[in-house]
Design a protein around this ligand. Structure first.
Ligand code: 3PY
Ligand code: MG
Length: 248
């Protein structure tokens, strides 16, 4: 794992949604501090996640967004040997507690024990099991109006390392899909940040452009997640084509 907790300084990250290992390699070779491998909103399989982890090595903090909150996904993804997980749509303290229980070995949780890449397929078993509870980065996503309502209780749950704000789902839950500048969306996001600061928990946010994310650094965001590989490709191809057609 590249950077230990408690994540006090900003980390530049981007979202990996394409299965090709070349994209994972390009992202880690580009020097990003962290990557979010997205199983929630992509076609990436568990095997592709493992391939991406293998190719990226230790240069970058590798967090996998699990497709759902259930135990099966959390344990299978953690067993791939990622540095941590991001669990989407955690809307209550009970759900946050379950995330912790599924992610931590006893006595702190009830993660089941396997023999997988995380354990170097055997030789690293004892070392991994001994350190996983403290080393793994357990992140939850606050991205629904219900989660905002329950934020005080959610943030009291021990074992959560960081909160990640999902502005798009949050705005959608408020009936304001994509209206990130709407005063109600802005004030919900501000409230989440204020509460995280008060609770001493690092927090992060997603944005499509660096320009949109730079103010977040001043606002105390640590996990900056900028752009999506597929959208970056689309925009680059469009720009290239436009220039080619205009300038020839
Ligand atoms: C959202 O904005 O809903 C997200 O999940 C961003 O990653
Ligand atoms: Mg979301």
């Amino acid at each position: 794992m590249k950077q230990g907790k408690p994540f006090n300084s900003p980390l530049a990250g981007t979202l990996l949604s394409i299965s090709a290992p070349q994209v994972a390699e390009i992202i880690s070779d580009s020097g990003f501090d962290w990557v979010l491998i997205d199983m929630e909103h992509s076609a990436i399989s568990l095997e592709s996640v493992q391939n991406a982890l293998q190719i990226m090595g230790d240069k970058i903090l590798k967090i996998v967004r699990v497709p759902g909150k259930d135990e099966i996904w959390i344990k299978r993804v953690l067993d791939t040997g990622c540095d941590g997980i991001l669990v989407p749509m955690v809307n209550s303290a009970a759900e946050a507690l379950k995330v912790v229980q599924y992610s931590k070995y006893p006595p702190e949780g009830r993660r089941s024990v396997g023999l997988s890449r995380a354990h170097s397929f055997g030789p690293g078993f004892s070392d991994y099991v001994e350190n996983a509870n403290k080393d793994l980065v357990i992140m939850i996503q606050i991205e629904h109006r219900d989660a905002v309502k329950n934020i005080d209780e959610i943030l009291k749950v021990k074992g959560i390392d960081s909160v990640f704000i999902g502005p798009y789902d949050l705005s959608t839950s408020m009936g304001l899909t994509g209206q990130l500048s709407h005063p109600d969306v802005k004030s919900a996001i501000k409230l989440i940040k204020d509460k995280c600061r008060k609770a001493g928990l690092p927090y992060g946010i997603f944005g499509m452009t660096p320009q949109g994310l730079i103010p977040e650094v001043k606002d105390g965001c640590t996990f900056l997640l900028c752009g999506v590989d597929a959208a970056i490709l689309v925009n680059s191809y469009k720009d290239l084509l436009t220039t080619l057609k205009t300038d020839v």
